[in-house]
Design a protein around this ligand. Structure first.
Ligand code: SF4
Length: 62
């Protein structure tokens, strides 16, 4: 599955980092970094991250 984050919407709330820490993390520059493609075995955590985002910045596709 492919993961995209609209950084124009992202307000660094960090819920995605708590939901799927192996995919989303804050870098040393305090901006969000993420893995652009992840295995389907992680779908549950990643979908949880997307629905947790208060500004709906995360979009997923297959
Ligand atoms: S939860 Fe949404 S707003 Fe917060 S860091 Fe993740 S993508 Fe950005």
């Amino acid at each position: 599955m492919k993961i995209n984050v609209d950084l124009d919407r992202c307000e660094d709330h960090g819920q995605c980092v708590f939901a799927a820490p192996s995919v989303f993390e804050f870098g040393d520059d305090d901006t969000l970094h993420w893995t652009a493609e992840a295995p389907d075995t992680m779908r549950g955590d990643i979908e949880h991250a997307a629905t947790s985002c208060p500004v709906a910045a995360i979009t997923l596709s297959d």
